[in-house]
Write a protein that binds this ligand. Structure first.
Ligand code: ATP
Length: 217
């Protein structure tokens, strides 16, 4: 069965690093991919743009193709967006049998043991670790132990069961960070070639970042 893969994040704003990585994951996994913006990220300071604004930016960024889709379920729910709850909700939608792949950047993956009910994630989904060639951050011991019997080397193995494997997806490294884009926009710069052109073409979309106050020093 064709897997469903998801990438969660603040997407404040979404950029070509996210989009290229998920596009390549869609290729490697032959999967439908959804980007799921978080409303109240448990581990992070509040985003600059509101949930509605970040969803509008994502919608504009994804226009013109139908392989990557926007899923707003975390914005429609009250309270913090724990990944485990999102996976339970996706399971209710797609059923118990379809392979589900949680995509996570390699750095974020290394801190998985700080996530809410992290061990349960493997019961609900496979994990696809977006890995830049030559850059494999060390993993804490409890995570190495938890994934030792789960790691697989071939994408097609993820189709054989709905959840439980860990697979590294090598992606083209694009050193783009939303933090840097927010900083550029606050200082009046133009983040051309870091974001889809559609975002630069509509002045409304990036207005929240241009209007930012100086961050506290
Ligand atoms: P910030 O700079 O605000 O921390 P970010 O882009 O790192 O932004 P998110 O929007 O939360 O943070 O990222 C969502 C997911 O995308 C995370 O799993 C993150 O590891 C991954 N990611 C972020 N930037 C890149 C990139 N340039 N290439 C591949 N994956 C990325």
């Amino acid at each position: 069965m064709r897997p469903l893969a998801i990438l969660g994040g603040t997407f404040d704003p979404v950029h070509l690093g996210h989009l290229r990585a998920t596009w390549e994951a869609a290729d490697v996994l032959d999967a439908e991919v959804r980007l799921i913006p978080a409303s109240v990220p448990p581990h992070r300071p509040a985003p600059v743009a509101s949930a509605r604004q970040r969803a509008a930016i994502l919608r504009a960024a994804l226009a013109g193709q139908d392989r990557l889709k926007l899923d707003t379920r975390e914005l429609d729910r009250d309270g913090p967006s724990y990944t485990v709850d999102t996976l339970v909700s996706l399971r209710e939608e797609i059923g118990a049998r379809r392979p589900l792949v949680l995509l996570i950047g390699a750095d974020a993956f290394a801190s998985l043991p700080t996530w809410h009910r992290w061990r349960e994630l493997f019961d609900l989904a496979h994990v696809g670790v977006l890995t830049r060639p030559g850059h494999v951050p060390p993993l804490p011991e409890e995570l190495s132990e938890a994934i030792a019997s789960r790691e697989v080397k071939y994408a097609h193995i993820l189709r054989e069961q709905p959840a439980g494997h860990v697979f590294r997806i090598t992606i083209t490294p694009l050193e783009i960070a939303a933090t840097r884009i927010r900083q550029l926009l606050r200082l009046g710069g133009e983040p051309r070639w870091l974001l889809p052109d559609a975002l630069l073409a509509d002045p409304e979309l990036l207005a929240p970042y241009r209007a930012q106050q100086e961050p506290p020093s």
